[in-house]
Write a protein that binds this ligand. Sequence first.
Ligand SMILES: [Zn+2]
Length: 331
Amino acid sequence: MRNYFKLGVLGVLGFLGVLASCNKKPAGMERPAFCSDSAYVYVQKQLAFGPRVPNSAAHTQCAVWLIEQLRACGAEVELQKGQMPDFRGNNQQIYNIIGHFSTPEIATRPRILLGAHYDTRPWCDEELEYENRFYNVPGANDGASGVAVLLEVARQLGLVMADTTAAHKLSAPVDIIFFDCEDSGSPKLYTGQEREDTWCLGSQLWATNYVQKGQPQYQYGIILDMIGAPDAVFPLEMYSSQYAENYQLKIWRAAEKLGYGSMFSNQHSYPITDDHYYINEIAGIPCVDVIHYDMRNATGFPSWWHTRQDDIRNISKTSLQAVGEVVMSQL
Ligand SMILES: [Zn+2]
């Protein structure tokens, strides 16, 4: 994503054991659970593919795995393909992955959109050392963390839909969208003519298609991006305030009630061009960005942002748990 006010590019066995331990819900609990052990494993799994850089084998393998995971959770899965111009103006193939969760009783109600980007940045262009800038970003936070939380949300939705006796029922259909090509915007290293809108290609494609088709209807959306660091702080992002303030405040109030008020900070950040921007601007769906923003840094983002340091050491189960519970509280 890009910071609007900054120049340039600122802008399986063990696993089953984890899942089994997560599926024991405390008696009387009405809200479906969220299990950060499981989300953490989903981060590890994505990292094991290697950087999910568009046009790479790791990217394709991850996409196939995400489709399988959503299907296993009971979603009806749609692979949206298309092309968008990249920062050089060349056609970039886009693969957005959409999981539809619904039951017959609620199928016609306006939907809730949950999204995260699954691609990772091809360049570590925030590295100080020139030679380090040519590596791919590992993308533990920038990519994998949001996807991992939504995969665990998907698993919990699957459990809720499968259990007809569950106290908690889905109140609205949910679409979980893994957007492609969020993070291939013009690199700092690029000396050619800079193009507008080179970030968030997947969400731009999705939003444009949505406007052409017009259906289904959405209440609102939530985007998760860079949400898993131990010191994660999510200020009130300004585009979200501009387009979707009611929903933003509702989510932040829910976070406070759950005891995560210091993480979901009431400070405001600069506007950030992330996937939510195009969902708001093109699709006209109110959409809120939950994104780690650090005012202490010149870039506005954490020090590991777009560097080789964005690896598993950067992921905290506590942060995954907080974000997961806040998202589940809205469903
Ligand atoms: Zn990024």
